[in-house]
Design a protein around this ligand. Structure first.
Ligand SMILES: Nc1ncnc2c1ncn2[C@@H]1O[C@H](COP(=O)(O)OP(=O)(O)OP(=O)(O)O)[C@@H](O)[C@H]1O
Length: 628
């Protein structure tokens, strides 16, 4: 498909996803999560809970958990026809608001927040964990799905997911913010299809064709179809659907006289029965299943059996959304989805937004290269390697509950006991590389390691900015993980320039892209934080919450309203300044080293992107620019 040009703003052809604003939401909006007595928000009246270090029994505590996201659903923009290497610079398109920039005022901030103790023991415990040498064979036939994302399907898969996603967005847009029917999990039609082919496109094509015919067979006369929603599709939308269907290589059925082709249906004019479209185009859940290359959800223990015996799975961390387990050398973050009950005081994520997180992670994966081939223009390995995704359903099971409780008894979990989940509960499981321990728990051996951390994070953000106008937007110290290794350097490529960075034996990975914004060339995926006023109301003077507020101020310099879809790479700089602040506050350095961090932070005030930051003298001795 030839790339079409398009700006990001003020262009009618952009299609906005129906956000939570437009979709009737039966969930109660919750602005506060359950808090421990010591943990309160907003008025500064209480501080983050202290971490108590006990030798041999490390205490682990997330101090960034008192942020609640009340919004559900990513708000994203599809860039019609785009998949252009020249990713448009959204910022150039934003009308600059003529507003005097307020000079940076030095505030006296009360940073006396935590009583922090370093956690070497955690690392030792991790190192001591026995790993299974071999992954056991799958125990269930349903586990026969993909075994090797990386090997043969990744590119096709991303394109296929994008195409389906795009069709859905087109339908939603053209139907006037009309939410098409979700396929309930229990009634999922996917179960009867089986994707055994190594060639995913082939499997998709087969699935789609059979579903087209089944849709016509099943729905035309059924009572169900009468009660289903009708939507009108405009010309643009029709073209887009047809384009996208071409992308999926859908062919007409041989019995086309009996059943019109999908193109004919789309062309027939409005109103179009949404039920005439294959299920994957109007069910986020089905799309998510297909993105995971599954025909139906697995149980959690079936999923874990891919990696090791369920009894060897250990909980290692938690967030407001996810329970994080270690299975063999993988990390599995289990996030409940699509249910009506509150989990950890939060409404559950929906399949649609999870699908976008999957797309975002896969897009970032592409910076790592494949099969030994490193991308020429922009490459780095500091975004956590997303190895796989699974849709699961059912209860946690005794073994997982027991490791959850064991972890909770040592670490004072802030989360609800997953024992409460019913058989119907669905989850997305993000399978990732084990990136080490989070910055909060990491004890630096010396200042070189701290310099390496800042360098690796800055370089990663710079590379992703250049490749995808990426902004992390939530890079608190729970979202940076660090591992020690034997290597002394790492390579990255920024706009074609190859660079080697000294690592001093640490490898840094960035995780958790819930709030992140990315321009994949196909779409801008972002979360509209204007729908979540609570995030900006965190404790005054708290470094993390101040950073959310600074991001908002930054965006309001350029637009009258909060325009979170725009590209504002300065937000990456704000998180780098946060990073230095948290290091200065929570880790110990000599006064000379502390001064060099403060100088870098000061310089950052004038930098507008992570890429700008990399030019700072701070990095001169740690980066080597390769000459060809
Ligand atoms: N790939 C990984 N490698 C090592 N540790 C990880 C990894 N992923 C998650 N963790 C651990 O689990 C914790 C929670 O993970 P994560 O931040 O992804 O969850 P979340 O529910 O999205 O959190 P949040 O409350 O920030 O939204 C992290 O702070 C980290 O300690």
């Amino acid at each position: 498909m030839s790339p079409k040009k398009g700006g990001v703003f003020g262009n009618d052809s952009f299609l906005m996803e129906v956000g939570s604003e437009n979709v009737p939401n039966t969930h109660q909006v919750v602005y506060k999560r359950r808090q421990t007595p010591k943990q309160q928000l907003g008025d500064g009246s209480s501080c983050i809970p202290e971490i108590v270090q006990q030798m041999g029994s490390p205490k682990w505590k997330r101090t960034d958990r008192n942020r609640n996201l009340s919004i559900k659903g990513r708000s994203s923009i599809w860039l019609p026809g785009a998949l252009d290497n020249n990713v448009p610079n959204a910022k150039q398109e934003v009308k600059k608001k003529k507003k005097k920039q307020i000079p940076h005022k030095k505030k006296s901030v009360n940073l006396n927040l935590y009583d922090f103790a370093k956690e070497r023991a955690y690392f030792e415990e991790l190192d001591a964990t026995e790993l299974l040498v071999e992954t056991p064979s799958p125990k269930s036939v349903r586990c026969l799905k993909k075994m090797a994302w990386e090997k043969d399907v990744t590119c096709d898969l991303i394109n296929a997911i994008f195409n389906r996603w795009r069709i859905s967005k087109t339908i939603l847009q053209s139907s006037g913010h009309f939410k098409l029917m979700e396929t309930p999990v229990a009634n999922s039609t996917c179960g009867s299809l089986s994707y055994r082919s190594n060639n995913l496109n082939e499997a998709l094509e087969c699935a789609i064709q059979s579903r087209i015919s089944r849709n016509f067979d099943d729905y035309e006369e059924s009572e169900a179809s009468k009660s289903r929603n009708i939507c009108s599709i405009g010309n643009l939308a029709k073209d887009s659907i047809i384009d996208s269907l071409d992308g999926l290589r859908i062919k007409e059925e041989s019995d086309e006289n009996e059943h019109p082709s999908l193109e004919e249906v789309v062309n027939k004019g409005s109103p179009l029965q949404s039920s005439s479209l294959p299920a994957e185009f109007h069910s986020d859940f089905t799309q998510l299943l297909m993105a995971c290359n599954q025909t139906e959800p697995l149980t959690l223990s079936e999923m874990f059996s891919q990696f090791c015996d369920i009894s060897d799975v250990k909980k290692i961390g938690e967030g407001a959304y996810g329970e994080v387990f270690k299975a063999n050398d993988n990390i599995c973050k289990i996030v409940p989805i699509d249910g009506d009950s509150l989990v950890n005081g939060e409404t559950q994520k929906r399949s649609g937004e999870v699908l976008e997180e999957v797309l975002l992670s896969l897009t970032l994966n592409s910076l790592r290269g494949r099969d030994g081939h490193v991308p020429d223009q922009n490459a780095c390995t500091n975004f956590i390697h997303a190895k796989d995704f699974w849709v699961c359903q059912g209860t946690y099971g005794d073994s997982l509950i027991s490791t959850w409780e064991e972890w909770g008894s040592k670490n004072e979990s802030l989360n609800d006991n997953p024992r409460e989940f019913s058989e119907r509960q669905c989850y997305i499981v993000f399978v990732q590389a084990h990136g080490g321990v989070d910055l909060e728990s990491f004890a630096f051996s010396d200042f070189n390691e701290a310099m390496s951390l800042i360098t690796q994070v800055t370089a990663a953000l710079a590379v992703a900015e250049a490749a995808f106008q990426f902004e992390h937007r939530d890079l608190h110290w729970g979202n940076i993980v660090i591992a020690r290794n034997e290597t002394s350097t790492m390579n990255f490529t920024l706009q074609g320039q190859k660079v080697t960075a000294k690592t001093f034996g640490i490898s840094v990975s960035i995780i958790d892209f819930t709030l992140s914004r990315i321009n994949t060339g196909e779409a801008i995926l972002y979360l509209d934080l204007s729908k979540d006023p609570y995030i900006f109301k965190g404790q005054k003077g708290h470094i993390q919450f101040e950073t959310y507020r600074k991001m908002k101020e930054e965006i309001l310099k350029y637009t009258d309203k909060e325009c979170w879809e725009g590209s504002f790479p300065k937000t990456n700089v704000l998180w780098l300044q946060y990073l230095i602040n948290i290091l200065l506050k929570e880790k110990s350095f000599t006064s000379k080293d502390g001064r060099s961090l403060r100088v870098l932070k000061k310089h950052m005030e004038s930098y507008n992107s992570a890429e700008d930051c990399l030019s700072d003298t701070f990095f001169h001795d740690i980066l080597v620019y390769q000459t060809t």
